[in-house]
Write a protein that binds this ligand. Structure first.
Ligand code: F6P
Length: 547
């Protein structure tokens, strides 16, 4: 359906939301003592509690009806069988094939892609085994102990996030670093103190045309050769590439024997489980990488099989639709109570906002609804001492996703007999409770609060959140989490009638930067700038740079 907001299901939800606005979470919990378990589900190892949302069971069935009316099941199935659902680029969208088991079968455009996927995984496994065992060494015979992934966007955020998340599983003494920004500070700060002889660079770029990545890769190659004082032959021992573009990799000077490929049906922001995850496999090894992939598969199967009303990615996505389109929410906070997931909000920003930040539908017509939630966040408890004030008492409705783990990978006694992980998790549980139930004026006055302070201390509550709790932060649970959010993106994009798999909006800025470069360097001061604001800024820049 193109214009979803004209559907009977949309209208039914709009009418129903009026009744929700007359109630609140305190009343909903008081009325139904079983609510906490009724609105909770398991997706693989993830225990997902949706009960602190502004919903009743009827809301869930109306959201499922809307998803059905929009064609979510059909779009999910079309994606998984390799239909070209990325219509503006005429491509299949098959990140689910990246984690399909070796024994499964899927042909796309006449090609057995499962064989291709496992062929690359085997190639990665052989290479990572050789590096981890010390069989593959640098040009001077040193063992590789440092990996620097040079990439940006999907070629950076996924592996950077996962290497951070799986820090405790890095078992071969290999440390991964990530360089993405064309700001020279990024590369300089990363290389500072690194030992060239034991460093391996992974140049990760789907297209192998990205300015930031190629500039950083060229600069890293110069650094390496200067440090080693050798000729170009050392490059083969210190540079590998991950790309879909063998021709460009060869042009860059990397031997394509040292290239790990993937395919145009893997979007950059959906690629961490492809060869783009090479840095992850180098640090945790191929066996644990296989567990990571198996985690994705668990949620893929759940997404494929669970009825829409009990389907975690469907509900996560549809609740986002509910708040965005029916409650006027602008953003969603993602709050991992796990320091190792510090990069998860940034990773989700690309996954969700590059996917669903669109205002034109698949049929080329403008959308008739708001699209694309704004995702943001920080690990708890840091966020509590920064922006939670606004979450609790501000004027905006900001639904939150809380993510936490029962068993810590590391724990320390806080000095008074309590483990620090329990301190962390008591905050995790407390925050969702306080957001939902708040504290009213009577309760605050009853504590003896002076009357002039009562209004300032009122905690309105009724602020919705999803709680995602898993037993441990493991390769599998990280895979499950990623798949959960990948699929909620498809759900939302389908409801909004947009294409979550292209990103035309990033192109113009890249072209314009190229056109402005001669004006920046001073080579041609009139290049690119047609407006008086940019012209003035460039003049000031050149003045300060003495150009
Ligand atoms: O500019 C956006 C983008 O195309 C992302 O979609 C992508 O993940 C990133 O750039 C990097 O692209 P590549 O992997 O081709 O270097």
């Amino acid at each position: 359906m193109n214009n979803i907001s004209a559907s009977a299901e949309w209208q039914a939800l709009a009418t129903h939301v009026k009744t929700l606005q007359e109630t609140n979470l305190r009343a909903l919990f008081d009325d139904d003592p079983g609510r906490g378990s009724a609105l909770t589900m398991h997706a693989g190892d993830l225990y997902i509690d949706f009960s602190k949302h502004l919903v009743v069971p009827k809301t869930i069935s109306l959201l499922a009806d809307l998803a059905r009316a929009a064609g979510v099941p059909e779009q999910r199935d079309a994606m998984m069988r390799g239909a070209h659902i990325n219509t503006t680029e005429d491509r299949a969208v098959l990140h689910t094939a990246l984690r399909a088991s070796r024994t499964s079968a899927l042909s796309v455009d006449g090609q057995n892609i499962i064989r291709d996927v496992h062929g690359t995984l085997d190639q990665m496994g052989t290479f990572t085994d050789a590096v981890r065992s010390g069989e593959f060494r640098g040009a001077t015979g040193e063992r590789i102990t440092t990996v620097v992934n040079i990439g940006i966007g999907g070629s950076d955020l996924g592996p950077a996030m996962v290497c951070g998340a799986l820090r405790s599983y890095a078992d071969a003494g290999i440390t991964a670093h990530f360089v993405s920004n064309v700001d020279p500070a990024d590369l300089i700060a990363t290389l500072d103190g690194l030992d060239a002889e034991s460093t391996l660079f992974i140049v990760a770029s789907k297209t192998f045309t990205t300015l930031e990545t190629l500039s950083n890769a060229r600069a890293a190659r110069t650094w390496l050769l200067n440090k080693l004082g050798t000729d170009e032959s050392a490059v083969a021992k210190h540079f590998v590439a991950v790309s879909t573009n063998a021709e460009r990799v060869a042009e860059f000077g990397i031997n394509t024997d040292n290239m790990f490929g993937f395919w145009d049906w893997v979007g950059g922001r959906y690629s961490v489980d492809s060869a783009i995850g090479l840095s992850v496999m180098l640090t945790i090894g191929k066996e644990q990488f296989a567990e990571f992939l198996a985690g994705f598969r668990i949620v893929d199967d759940h997404f494929r099989q669970a009825p829409l009303e009990q389907n975690a990615p469907v509900l996560l996505g549809m609740l986002g639709v509910l708040y965005t389109n029916f409650f006027g929410a602008e953003s969603r906070a993602v709050l991992p109570y796990s320091n190792d997931l510090a990069r998860f909000p940034a990773y989700l920003q690309q996954l969700t906002m590059e996917s669903n930040g669109k205002s034109v539908r698949l049929d080329g017509e403008p959308v008739t609804t708001q699209t694309g939630e704004i995702f943001w966040g920080e690990p708890g408890t840091n966020g509590q001492h920064a922006f939670y004030q606004l979450l609790h008492q501000g004027t905006r409705l900001i639904p939150c996703d809380f993510i936490g783990f029962a068993e810590p990978n590391d724990d320390i006694d806080s000095g008074d007999g309590t483990g620090m992980h329990d301190l962390l998790m008591s905050n995790f549980f407390a925050q969702t409770q306080v957001l939902a139930f708040g504290k009213n004026a009577d309760e605050i006055a009853a504590e003896g609060t002076p009357s002039h302070l009562v209004p300032h201390k009122v905690m309105p509550g009724n602020r919705p959140s999803t709680t995602i709790l898993a037993r441990n932060l493991t390769p599998s649970s990280v895979g499950q989490l990623i798949a959960l959010y990948e699929h909620q993106v498809l759900v939302q994009g389908t409801v909004w009638g947009i294409n979550p798999f292209d990103q035309w909006g990033v192109e113009l800025g890249k072209t314009q930067a190229k056109q402005l470069l001669p004006a920046v360097t001073g080579e041609d001061p009139s290049a690119g700038a047609a407006d008086s604001s940019t012209d003035g800024l460039l003049k000031q820049y050149r003045r300060w740079r003495g150009r």
